[in-house]
Write a protein that binds this ligand. Sequence first.
Ligand code: NDP
Length: 501
Amino acid sequence: MTLAFDATARKVDDARMFIDGGWTAAGAGARFPTVDPNTGTTIAEVPRGDSADVDRAVAAAKRVAVEWQFTDAIARAGLLRALAAKVTEHADELARLEALDSGHYLAKAQELVGAIPLWLDYWASAADKVGGRTIEVPGNKLSFTILEPLGVTAHIVPWNYPLLILVRSCAPALALGNTCVVKPAEDTSLSALKFAELVKEAGFPDGVFNVVTGYGGEAGAALAAHPDVAGITFTGSTETGKQVAKLGADHIAQVNLELGGKSPTIVFPDADLDEAVEAAVQGFCSHTGQVCVAGTRLFVHADVEKDFLAKLSARLEQTQVGDGFAEGTQMGPLVSQKQFDRVNSYIEIGKSEATLFYGGGRPEGTPEGGYFVQPTVFTGVDNSSRIAQEEIFGPVASVLSWSTEDELVEKVNDSIYGLFAVLLGKDVTRLLSTARRLQVGGVMINDWFGELPMTPHGGHKQSGTGREEGLEAIHGYTQVKHVAINLDPLRAATDWAGAPL
Ligand code: NDP
């Protein structure tokens, strides 16, 4: 089966879930609409999977888990490389689907899909290189560890980077011998279904990779709670992440959480202000601010604040907001009516807490029915205010002034989140000294965030646990088995060269 996608009409017919290598409706027959955020019109009806559908998918993934674990790593790698080639072959359709469903503007969606094979190749290359270690122990014994897959892994994916986030967790999971059940976000299921089609074409055995579409509180919760799910990777809000962790705890699943953020972009007084403004704008406007690492707190040194703000408004004037399929668009819509209402409610909160410096409304000329907002900046923001503390997930930034590093570090760290920070300046000693004091999982100096398969990504504090990407991600998809062989005749119980347990 192929997903029936008419890119010109912006419609998808016959969207079905992918379970055990086959295409299926929800067992209960229910469906729900997914919309084009550029226009608010329905583009597809997607199966509303429930706990019975999750049971079917987990059972399939469990049935083949041992066979997949003991498939040669080199063969698993070969399948991942075949999948990478399929993604490249179908990149244009995948990008159009992603743009239509999630609101990424087309050029950005093409860039994102174009990068997906990097993740598949990276983990294909890792598949036959990951291993345990030998351990020096007393006596004539050989002691070593084996890294083994967890078994069935659940991947609960958000709507902001649907395909990239699916791939960044499923690629290591599959490479390291786990089977996968994916629950895409209800707003953005389509690229996951197209990807499943490519998984099948690439030749993965039935049951190794499954996609159950549906609502978070139904299919998502049932998947996290399933006793046969040994590992859960969740990306999304801190609030839902806590619920998922609790569901996983009931059956002691290993849980990786990549959660929210309220990341700082810090402008030092010696920064090149044009570059600082560029990094700041990318930081809070990329994908319309719907990025976990979005730099929504702009900490600008008091000495350069006036000049920075003048350059910032001039730069924002040039940002082209509009239909993601229109030529030249640099910022598309928010993903849904729910997020549109949420972001606008925070803009109203900001107006009551601080001074509106830029934006705050609907951009002129944007399509009727689409979920568009202007880039919005508040000044005179108190660090304890809601707009400075809560994740908005829209293109809304707060400018906070600072004078000393001590004051800066205290304010930056005064957050429940600790995902990421951008530092802009020239004095490397000053930049690195500050970077070391920030309670965050990642720091970028003189650049904005760039996601890569080889660099670890994740948060401190309530921004998450575990790491996606990089070799650090291996720990999220494996468990340790220790093996020891005694090479001498067995000694008497009173003569052990170790603790006599
Ligand atoms: P959620 O965190 O609720 O959703 C993320 C994923 O979890 C989706 O697949 C969702 O399914 C699923 N889910 C929802 N509830 C449950 C549950 N009880 N058990 C298992 N899975 C569940 O994010 P929202 O879509 O509600 O967005 C709200 C806010 O979350 C945003 O404004 C933003 O602040 C934050 N967010 C952060 C992201 C990040 O990258 N850190 C990404 C997305 C959102 P479904 O879509 O069907 O609800």
